[in-house]
Design a protein around this ligand. Structure first.
Ligand code: AMP
Length: 189
């Protein structure tokens, strides 16, 4: 199963990805997690990305495309993968299409987790408090920036994948279990 989880920050992509990892035995590829690990380890990539991630902007397509291309080559991605937080721009989606074409594989579905902006602000602020501020980008000001960036740069992917017949919208405002059930129902058997 090769999936993309698409949706604004705080919609529950990470939560659902972790549940699907267990259910389908395929890895979660989160560009956000990979970038945060690089930032924490102060690698050259992390040092380059830190200020951009902290202010809620997107790091360059070149950087994330490189991360994903390398990650998709790993053996554990052979049976499939769940992309969480990538692609975020049309250019990234096109780069991904090229990578998959080179491998001779195709996406099965793009799950769009739909969510209401006010509720997202509430959830992300809660997440920031619960994690004791572990994520510098989980505060209201940066979140609003991330929501704007989503609307401008990522929302166009909804039409992009709908046109390819891959888009499966689900209501992300339902309880976690109900969202998982809706995702499973939307996936091919
Ligand atoms: P996330 O954990 O997916 O919300 O990502 C956290 C932050 O990492 C984003 O706000 C961006 O700064 C950066 N990031 C993650 N994925 C991407 C991507 N596909 N393209 C550009 N920047 C990204």
């Amino acid at each position: 199963m090769r999936l993309i989880l698409l949706g604004p920050p705080g919609a529950g992509k990470g939560t659902q990805a972790k549940i699907l990892v267990e259910a389908y035995g395929i890895p979660q590829l989160s560009t956000g997690d990979i970038l945060r690990a690089a930032i924490a380890a102060k690698t050259p990539l992390g040092l380059e990305a830190k200020a951009i991630v902290d202010r809620g902007d997107l790091v360059s397509n070149e950087i994330v495309n490189g991360i994903v291309s390398e990650r998709l080559d790993a053996d554990d991605c052979k049976p499939g993968f769940i992309l969480d937080g990538f692609p975020r721009t049309i250019a990234q989606a096109e780069a991904l299409a090229g990578m998959l074409k080179d491998k001779g594989v195709a996406l099965d579905a793009v799950i769009e987790i739909k969510a209401n902006a006010d509720e997202l602000v509430r959830r992300v602020i809660q997440r920031g408090k619960e994690s004791g501020g572990a994520r510098a980008d989980d505060n209201e000001e940066v979140l609003r920036k991330r929501l704007d960036v989503y609307q401008e740069q990522t929302a166009p992917l909804v039409a992009f994948y709908a046109e390819k017949g891959l888009l499966r919208p689900v209501d992300g405002m339902e309880p976690v279990d109900a969202v998982t059930a809706a995702i499973k129902a939307a996936l091919p058997n």
